[in-house]
Design a protein around this ligand. Structure first.
Ligand SMILES: NC(=O)c1ccc[n+]([C@@H]2O[C@H](COP(=O)([O-])OP(=O)(O)OC[C@H]3O[C@@H](n4cnc5c(N)ncnc54)[C@H](O)[C@@H]3O)[C@@H](O)[C@H]2O)c1
Length: 311
């Protein structure tokens, strides 16, 4: 069987780390990206490896891939709130036409297909912590809907291909992840707080900072994706770190880990900002024998170190 794996979104934050892991495991990797939110610098280390090749293309409009392919990880999509609110149509295209194209490629190659879904499909959840059986509470026309609904549609598409064409498919519901190669200005809370703290600028907390999130370090996340695609489980699986912290706790922790004098300031809550987020990862523990290993303080220290050299 071929040991060639396709990763879309390879020039992005998670995709570039995942390509690195797959190369380490001895696979050949074909990365695909159109650089809409990714960056060429994320590919530098990968391109030094002879088993990595790159196709600069939009997944909505992909040319022929000649190689035999055994697995496809489909990560291509704008992902941060700033990105997808600036690119709503591209986000909807990636989650619909793009996912369909990649499913067709998987069908043609008889490859296992993994879709990067998101905790955003739960919306502002009324069930806590979120289990995979929860259907979510999503505003279908809100400012985040181009992303949430595209990802929900993508899950429906994957399940339709699974049922109709008896394909091997996987759905990873990824919760907030952080680590090296996040962009300082991508609007996500950890890069925001770290760059503000390192620059001695005010750390901006939305609302009272009582909303919660759970943050997974990127090495744990990609280990979870790897375990999932290599399992035989075809329904959605939460991949994230269940340690739940308030946004105010996060701001205080980053302030202390960076020895910053920044003041913590409070701004109005954005629309449709979820109040609570925490994955129930019992299913991943049971089906994948996976759970995160990096605790939240250790992970934050690594991300802070990276931002010190890169912002
Ligand atoms: N980072 C997180 O916390 C998180 C949480 C939940 C889900 N996810 C999902 O994981 C995936 C990767 O997220 P990320 O944080 O690495 O984001 P990212 O923006 O760093 O990476 C996404 C990559 O996809 C590429 N891309 C976007 N649309 C494309 C298209 N049509 N064709 C080809 N390439 C395209 C971008 O250029 C970028 O390199 C996304 O699907 C995202 O929805 C991420």
């Amino acid at each position: 069987m071929s040991n060639t794996i396709v990763v879309t979104g390879a020039a992005g934050f998670i995709g570039s780390h995942l390509c690195g892991l797959l190369l380490e495991k001895g696979s050949s990797v074909i990365g695909i990206d159109n650089f809409i939110t990714g960056s060429k610098s994320n590919l530098e280390e990968l391109e030094a490896n002879k088993n990595f090749s790159f196709v600069g293309a939009d997944i909505c409009n992909l040319g022929k891939i000649d190689a035999d392919v055994s697995q496809i990880y489909n990560l291509a999509s704008p992902a941060s709130p700033i990105d997808y609110q600036q690119l709503p149509l591209e986000t909807l295209d990636a989650g619909s036409a793009g996912v369909k194209n990649m499913l067709e490629l998987a069908r043609e190659k008889n490859a296992v297909f993994l879709q990067a879904s998101t905790s955003e499909i739960y919306g502002d959840p009324l069930e806590h912590p979120q289990r995979e059986s929860y259907f979510g509470n999503v505003n279908p026309i809100g400012e985040r809907s181009c992303y949430n609904e595209a990802k929900r549609f993508a899950e429906a598409l994957v399940m339709a291909y699974n049922r109709k064409h008896k394909m091997q498919t996987r759905i990873a519901r990824i919760f907030n992840t952080h680590g090296p190669r996040m962009r300082a200005n991508d609007g996500r809370v950890i890069p925001n707080f770290i760059t503000q703290a390192l620059a001695g600028k005010p750390i901006t907390v939305y609302g009272k900072g009582e909303q919660t999130r759970s943050f997974c370090y990127v090495s744990d996340l990609i280990a979870g994706l790897y375990a999932l695609i290599n399992s035989s489980y075809s329904f959605p699986v939460n991949i994230g770190n269940p340690t739940e912290v308030t946004i105010l706790q996060l701001a205080e922790k980053i302030k202390s880990l960076t020895d910053s004098n920044s003041e913590i300031v409070f701004k109005p809550l954005p629309k449709d900002d979820p109040i609570r987020r925490k994955p129930d990862i019992s299913l991943a523990r049971k089906e994948l024998r996976w759970e995160p290993k990096v605790d939240w303080e250790e992970g934050l220290k690594k991300t802070i170190e990276w931002f010190k050299g890169n912002c």
